[in-house]
Design a protein around this ligand. Structure first.
Ligand SMILES: Nc1ncnc2c1ncn2[C@@H]1O[C@H](COP(=O)(O)OP(=O)(O)O)[C@@H](O)[C@H]1O
Ligand SMILES: [Mg+2]
Length: 326
């Protein structure tokens, strides 16, 4: 095949495989966060002081994916009364702007609520509008992602982050809405640095890399991989895939990605694109080896070499030390 032909085949395959992006694997941490946030909402509806939560994890652990899964559960709707139509937004997602100020955060929340001209006005007029709109929209939960941006230009306990944190407390008190702060593990230190904030955001959900388990007891990574390749068959038309109930195959993926879901998905998708571009509907270990060789998971790799070409014995010997550290 010519160079252009290869690129065209790769391009078409990349589009096909990207359809898998809407798939969310309902793993145990995701379920725990789901159930916990449902409880926070129920608590906030019943009590004067709402219950907030914190969801933390390093990049790629699936925080934003969990937010998306929760949003799917609380879709917006239109409420028709005799004279007007009101937008009901039970849940919405917003990111803390960087650099952040009360005004930029209030404007971002207004924008996500669908308010017209969200940035027009002073910080306090935007806040007033926001409080009114949250009530009209019957908002139950705000997922406030990238909370670490508050730390990007200031230290924990610094005036700027203190001001924004105080503003969040006031917003909660005035609206009764549940807020889930989402971000990197450093966010927890920011929340904990203020006793009032720590008390209002008492529920904590922490995401870690998917664990490898043992050959006797299946780990989270193995279950994740099995769920994804099942979707490759259901949604993408693959006929056969690598068998991840064979523990050695999951160990190879773990060695390549450290169990970080972003790297796991990147690797599997790249391998699937390579197979599809070659006109095959079977995903093999050779495809994973070729995908890995592109270096896409290099920064997360635990193994000095290609874990998809060495013997399992050589790989497990090399990994023994890092496995003990898991
Ligand atoms: N539960 C999941 N199901 C399917 N894919 C996931 C899941 N969690 C993470 N991923 C994959 O990892 C990528 C990064 O996840 P993301 O939620 O953006 O991480 P974070 O927000 O923690 O940085 C996603 O785009 C997706 O490909
Ligand atoms: Mg994210």
């Amino acid at each position: 095949m010519s160079k252009t032909g290869r690129l065209l085949a790769y391009q078409a395959a990349a589009h096909h495989i990207a359809q898998i992006d809407t798939t969310i694997v309902n793993h145990s941490k995701l379920r725990a966060a789901h159930e916990g946030l449902d409880e926070c909402i129920a608590w906030s509806e019943a009590n004067r002081e709402p219950a907030g939560a914190v969801l933390v994890g390093e990049g790629g652990m699936g925080k934003t994916t969990i937010c998306n899964a929760i949003l799917r559960r609380y879709p917006p709707s239109i409420k028709k009364t005799a004279s007007v139509e009101v937008s009901i937004v039970p849940a919405f997602y917003a990111s803390v702007p960087s650099p952040s100020s009360i005004k930029s955060l209030a404007a971002e929340l207004l924008k996500r609520l669908g308010a017209p001209r969200p940035g027009a006005g002073t910080a306090s007029s935007l806040t007033e509008r926001l409080i009114v709109l949250l009530k009209i929209a019957e908002t139950k939960i705000i997922l406030l992602d990238e909370f670490q941006h508050l730390l990007a230009d200031s230290k924990v306990g610094d005036a700027r982050s203190n001001n924004v944190c105080d503003w969040i407390k006031t917003l909660i008190n005035n609206t009764g809405v549940t807020i889930c702060l989402v971000g990197t593990p450093a966010c927890e230190a920011l929340v904990n640095s203020d006793l009032q904030l720590a008390g209002r955001f008492a529920r904590r959900f922490r995401l870690y890399p998917l664990n490898i388990g043992t050959s006797e007891e299946r780990g989270e990574l193995e279950r994740f991989l099995i769920a994804i390749v099942e979707k490759f068959k259901e949604r993408l038309g693959f006929l056969t895939t690598l068998d991840f109930s064979d523990h050695s195959n999951s160990v190879r993926v773990w060695a390549a990605t450290s169990g970080n879901p972003r790297f796991v998905m990147r690797l599997l998708k790249e391998a699937a694109v390579l197979a599809w571009a070659a006109g095959r509907k079977n995903l093999t270990i050779g495809d994973l080896a070729e995908a890995y060789a592109k270096g896409i998971t290099q920064s997360a790799s635990k193994f000095n070499g290609n874990p998809f070409v060495v013997t399992y014995e050589a790989l497990s010997n090399a990994l023994r030390d890092s496995k003990l550290k898991m």
